[in-house]
Design a binder for this molecule. Structure first.
Ligand code: BGC
Ligand code: BGC
Length: 768
């Protein structure tokens, strides 16, 4: 049938081969032109104007402008601001007009957190990654760019490519999961989607890879916390997705808040210059995260003046919100702690970004009243949102084929999210427009048709825990989601209503999980279960003896020990975005057969964290009969649901792994590994065939297995398809303790299967 990723991979290889022959000359010419243009411009710039280019005034500046705050406009006119942000067409227009009244008319970069769609909201990034479909992910970023650029945005603070193994960290919702290989594919797709083939086009925007680097390893999953890790772990497990995004041509990067080797990323010369620019050869510009220069004072690195110098010296080009560069760099220059060359270098990189976006040709390229009025939330975008949302959901359990639901009978839709809209958009949404949304109940009504009777009740508050409630409703928390409103009715009254409403239902859909603000930035949780108020509801619903489908809405992996045992069907829907209600109903009724697969491990208990599939063996691997092996007394080592896991309404059978040879020689050799996959069920469906490799003996201890490829295939009932992966030594390489990127000759196990814990294996020997 179809094999998009494979065909695409082949096309990419041949395209890049053509490019490498044809483009160097034209790229060189373009670079030269850009260099001359910027030389000319910089010759005219005063020191203040150069430092002004390094200053990003973000925050709610746009709102300030609209409410009459003119000071920002004045600063722009004085050339003291190089970039700003906004999500209002009028404000952006006004700011860009101000830039054109400055002495040298240098246009502004307009940045915004366009994270998972803009006006049309797509599923949260973690959910997008669960589609295992780079074409769809790229298209989602493409549409986000089209919509954001329509209101004047030319730069997005995305993709976030931080690998994380800790679901307590709320920001796992913003990334592509735990795996470096898949994370790299996602990163590449996002950059391509935003930037397209030509950054100068009015509907492409510049990507900003964040948060460089290692932010996802915040200790204990507590946001902004310390990070400390070995170089080989950085290089093998955490850095690859950033590198992939840079190699894909991302125009900018954002420094992270955390320490890297004891020095904050924002002041880390090794990271920002030695690695990023010298070793990796990347030539974009680096902006700090929000206020990150100032925060180096609290990190204990120096006073405000010293940390500003340190950031510039490390290789930071733009200061987001600290106003440290604009305040201190001139005096640092006077005192000789920095040089004009340092400032020139940063200024040049910022100007290059503006040049690459075509802003010098036309500062209003992205500011087009007609587009702003016609290109948001279009029918086409909404249809795509529904398509990708359905594909991001994961069927975790489906006892006795309870799902898909029949389009007849009585369905009780119960839970605090059953009639909600806002929380289904997830965290990091700039336009919380619900006008085109359907709630889960409405989606079920619409897709179920007139033979389905739908009844509904809230059943419980999202949480009754006063501490959690206070955190969720604290000032500023609304940036990640919406305030939670408590019912005036008691929990008992809510529950009674739910039980009464569902008394003669044929099936109950319990819509439970996390509110939008329970994940995202500054939204760490120490307990990642469904809040107790909702668990009580679920237990009561299950106790009725009626079949219950648990529909989960959440921004991170959850611990579901009771649920996985006692509830017959569980569908993980994450936060699906604008098309939530319809897409959920599409999957519940089987109009779309779920094909999402987990990109993050679901632990059994929070005490197992960090828990991830590509762990390293200990010297004492688990043994049930031997106490002195690596394990817990109270819980198995295995996760509840492993990386790569997900069910379908059909079933797939895997044949044995076939290798075209079992002995290979040298770095030019190539191995073909194949497997026959058969749809053994009753309906058509998509399967994500996953390739893992194990390198059992090496210079350093290596992961028990590593994902190295995947293919999403479509199979009709009874159909068998041979899936083939080609493997080269690039798939065997890793960084050793000295930072050498190399491979070891010897034995390898090639494993193919439906998820990281269900693979078939074949061995080969590959000598150097
Ligand atoms: C976040 C970034 C975001 C920035 C600008 C910071 O607090 O860490 O991810 O891009 O704010 O809104
Ligand atoms: C323990 C050591 C102990 C040794 C000899 C090992 O399993 O880790 O602490 O000294 O056995 O009994």
């Amino acid at each position: 049938m179809r094999n998009v990723s494979f065909i695409r991979a082949v096309q990419l290889v041949s395209l890049s081969a053509v490019f490498s022959i044809l483009t160097p000359l034209s790229i060189l010419a373009e670079d030269k032109e850009m260099g001359q243009f910027i030389d000319n411009l910089m010759n005219k710039m005063t020191l203040e104007e150069k430092i002004g280019q390094l200053n990003l005034a973000s925050g709610n500046t746009a709102a300030a402008i609209l409410s009459g705050g003119e000071s920002l406009v004045d600063e722009i006119k004085s050339g003291l601001i190089g970039a700003t942000g906004g999500s209002s067409f009028e404000a952006i227009k006004k700011m860009q007009e101000a830039s054109q009244q400055s002495r040298l008319k240098i246009p502004l970069l307009i940045g915004l957190d366009v994270i998972h769609g803009y006006h049309t909201v797509f599923p949260i990034p973690l959910a997008l990654s669960c589609t295992w479909d780079v074409d769809l992910i790229e298209e989602s970023a493409r549409i986000a760019a089209r919509e954001a650029s329509a209101i004047g945005v030319n730069w997005t603070y995305s993709p976030m490519v931080d690998i994380s193994r800790d679901p307590r960290w709320g920001r796992v919702s913003e990334g592509g999961g735990e795996d470096p290989w898949w994370g790299s594919q996602v990163a590449t797709a996002m950059v391509r989607g935003y930037q397209g083939d030509d950054l100068k086009k009015s509907n492409t925007i510049m990507a900003c890879v964040k948060h460089f680097a290692l932010y996802g390893a915040s200790e204990a999953g507590r946001d902004y916390n310390t990070v400390d890790m070995s170089r080989q772990q950085m290089l093998n497990d955490y850095l690859p997705p950033y590198r992939a995004a840079f190699d894909a041509g991302a125009g900018s990067a954002m420094s992270s808040f955390n320490l890297v080797d004891g020095i904050p990323a924002t002041g880390n010369h090794w990271l920002m210059t030695d690695l990023l620019r010298r070793q990796w050869g990347w030539n974009g510009f680096v902006v700090t995260d929000f206020n990150a220069i100032n925060e180096m004072v609290a990190h204990g690195i120096g006073d405000s003046l010293r940390v500003a110098e340190l950031a510039l010296k490390a290789g930071i080009d733009m200061d987001m919100q600290s106003e440290a560069f604009i305040t201190y760099l001139k005096s640092s220059l006077d005192s000789g702690h920095i040089t004009e060359t340092d400032i020139n270098q940063a200024c040049r990189r910022v100007l290059e970004a503006k040049y690459k976006l075509g802003l010098f040709d036309d500062p209003y390229r992205y500011i087009n009243e007609k587009r702003a009025a016609t290109e948001l939330l279009t029918g086409e975008h909404l249809a795509f949102a529904r398509k990708i949302a359905a594909r991001s959901m994961i069927l975790l359990k489906n006892e006795n084929n309870l799902l898909p639901l029949k389009k007849e009978g009585k369905i009780a839709v119960v839970g605090p999210f059953a009639n909600d809209r806002g929380n289904l958009l997830g965290a990091w949404v700039m336009k919380r427009d619900k006008s085109k949304m359907a709630s889960v109940t409405e989606g079920i009504r619409a897709v179920g048709g007139n033979r389905v009777e739908v009844v509904t009740a809230k059943g419980a508050n999202i949480t009754d825990d006063p501490y959690l409630l206070a955190s969720l409703n604290s000032p500023f928390a609304m940036y990640m989601g919406e305030a939670i409103e408590q019912e005036s009715r008691t929990p008992r009254q809510l529950l009674d209503e739910a039980l009464q409403v569902s008394a003669d239902a044929d099936v109950i859909v319990a819509v439970l999980g996390e509110s939008a603000a329970m994940s995202g930035e500054a939204s760490s949780r120490s307990d990642i279960s469904i809040p107790e108020s909702q668990q009580n509801l679920l237990r009561a619903l299950t106790a009725t003896g009626k079949p219950v489908v648990l529909l989960l809405l959440n921004g991170r992996p959850l611990t579901l020990p009771w649920e996985s045992e006692h509830v017959p069907a569980i569908l993980e829907a994450w936060a699906p975005g604008t098309a939530s209600g319809y897409a959920i109903a599409d999957v519940l009724f089987g109009d779309y057969n779920p094909s999402g697969r987990l990109t993050m491990t679901f632990p059994r208990s929070v005490g197992q964290i960090p828990l991830y599939y590509n762990y390293k063996n200990t010297g004492r691997p688990f043994h049930a009969q031997n106490k002195f092996t690596s394990k817990y007394l109270d819980v198995p080592n295995e996760p509840l649901y492993p990386f790569g896991y997900g069910l379908s309404y059909t079933t797939f059978d895997y044949g044995d792994v076939h290798l075209d040879k079992t002995e290979l020689q040298g770095s030019q050799d190539m191995l073909m590994a194949s497997v026959n996959v058969t749809n053994t069920g009753n309906c058509e469906g998509e399967e994500v065939v996953q390739l893992y490799i194990t390198d059992p003996i090496a210079r350093i201890s290596r992961p028990v297995k590593e994902l190295k490829g995947c293919q999403k295939i479509f199979l009709c009932p009874g159909e068998t398809r041979k899936v083939t992966f080609s493997i080269t030594v690039n798939d065997l390489k890793y960084y050793d303790t000295d930072g050498h990127y190399d491979w070891d000759g010897g034995e390898f196990f090639i494993q193919i299967g439906a998820n990281s814990a269900a693979v078939k294996s074949a061995g080969c020997v590959w000598n150097r």
